[in-house]
Design a binder for this molecule. Structure first.
Ligand SMILES: Cc1ncc(COP(=O)(O)O)c(C=O)c1O
Length: 386
């Protein structure tokens, strides 16, 4: 008999299984569906960006960078945040380059959350938050965004706070609802947090995708909140390079110091040539300043096609998502509707229920419009049957 025994330690994340994103993508491939489910562009980035990275590699920037990130990148990020949001973060002590926002969020949580600590998440929410809190041994406290509008319910947020609340996670522009927070929302949150020591983790990966002349309200633009916040951003979203996995986390020095303790023994540092390439590319604000026009044109193209169908369109204020209410088309639950849409109509979408712990059905699905116009047209031709 073999004595090769594989131990089965108790799972740290027993509830985590195959996500709906993987399921829907596999179904889309199987049925040759247009995949508007997964949130990433199907077009390439500005060639100047890989050119800058290639130059960095050829110039010998191929060894470990400083733990917190290449200084030139941290400097340009500092200047950018000051210019956009009016808050100065020290490149030396307050800005850390991370392996994408995903690592940044996990590292922030591991740095400050321990057993017995509660962390408030606003549902629907991005799927990494809850397992991250659980890995840290914290307790997840779910507060729903308001049904129908996805606006924050400040009464409910205030009521969820206890002496054990360590942090709250906010995401604007919001995945999946495509709503944004205004400066007044952050001001309201600041009031609620004022008497507490609660840390804000503000996930702002879609900061450069805000439409209709609105500007992005960052937690860093509110001085009171900036003093208690980790603000998370992602170059992958901004520059159409989601596979590069490079982002930043900014925070006041005492929080950044704790962040870096975990970062140091997690990834230690993020790949060097990408950081040099991004530092060079980021010096020109044009690419991110042009992003709202670029994406709102795609949003408008997609929405005008959907307006011909029986989908009811929710507002898309920011991010690259469009939520639709399909209740005039089908009585199916959200996951079943999205499976049907993928296999029978040939367009993949993501059920909103995937972003809630209780998997509630509201008759809503999320499309991603970060796609070539031809991809959006192909999807619209198929959806026209609805
Ligand atoms: C709200 C939100 N936060 C974080 C991330 C992860 O960003 P990154 O690819 O930089 O890890 C995503 C990606 O989809 C997201 O939608």
């Amino acid at each position: 008999m073999s004595n090769h025994r594989t131990p089965q330690p108790p799972s740290r994340l027993p509830k985590v299984g195959t996500t709906i994103f993987t399921v829907m993508s596999a179904l889309a491939t199987q049925h040759g569906a247009v995949n508007l489910g997964q949130g990433f562009p199907d077009f390439d980035c500005d060639p100047a960006l890989p050119d800058a990275v290639t130059d960095a590699m050829r110039s010998g920037h191929n060894q470990y960078p400083p733990m917190a990130g290449v200084p030139a990148l941290r400097e340009v990020v500092s200047a950018k945040i000051t210019a956009l949001y009016g808050h100065h973060y020290s490149a030396a002590d307050e800005i850390t380059v991370t392996a994408g926002a995903t690592q940044g969020i996990l590292t922030a949580i591991l740095a400050i959350v321990g057993p017995g600590d509660e962390v408030i998440v606003l549902e629907p929410c991005y799927d990494s938050y809850v397992p991250n809190i659980e890995l840290a041994g914290g307790t997840v406290v779910r507060v729903a965004l308001q049904a129908g509008t996805f606006r924050p319910d400040f009464g409910a947020i205030g009521a969820a706070i206890t002496p054990r609340t360590r942090a709250i996670i906010v995401n604007t522009p919001h995945n999946p609802s495509a709503t944004i927070w205004r400066a007044a929302d952050f001001a309201r949150l600041a009031e609620i947090l004022r008497p507490t020591d609660i840390v804000l983790i503000s996930d702002e990966v879609y900061e450069h995708m805000v439409f209709d002349g609105q500007s992005h309200a960052s937690a860093s633009a509110n001085a009171e909140l900036a003093a208690r916040s980790f603000v998370v951003s992602s170059f992958g979203k901004t520059f159409h390079v989601t596979g590069w996995k490079v982002g930043t986390v900014v925070a006041p020095a005492p929080l950044a110091a704790e962040f870096r303790k975990v970062h140091q023994f997690n990834v230690f540092s993020v790949n060097t040539p990408m950081q040099h390439g991004l530092a060079y590319y980021l010096a020109d604000p044009a690419p991110y300043r042009e992003l709202p026009a670029f994406y709102s044109a795609k949003r408008d193209l997609f929405r005008s096609g959907l307006a011909e169908t029986r989908f009811k369109l929710l507002p898309s204020e920011g991010s690259y998502f469009q939520v639709v209410d399909y209740s005039a088309i089908s009585a199916l639950g959200e996951a079943d509707f999205c499976r049907w849409l993928t296999s029978e109509i040939g367009v993949a979408a993501i059920p909103l229920s995937a972003f809630y712990d209780d998997g509630r059905n509201q008759g809503l699905a999320r499309f991603c419009f970060a796609k070539r116009d031809s991809t959006l047209q192909a999807a619209l031709e198929r959806l026209a049957r609805l």
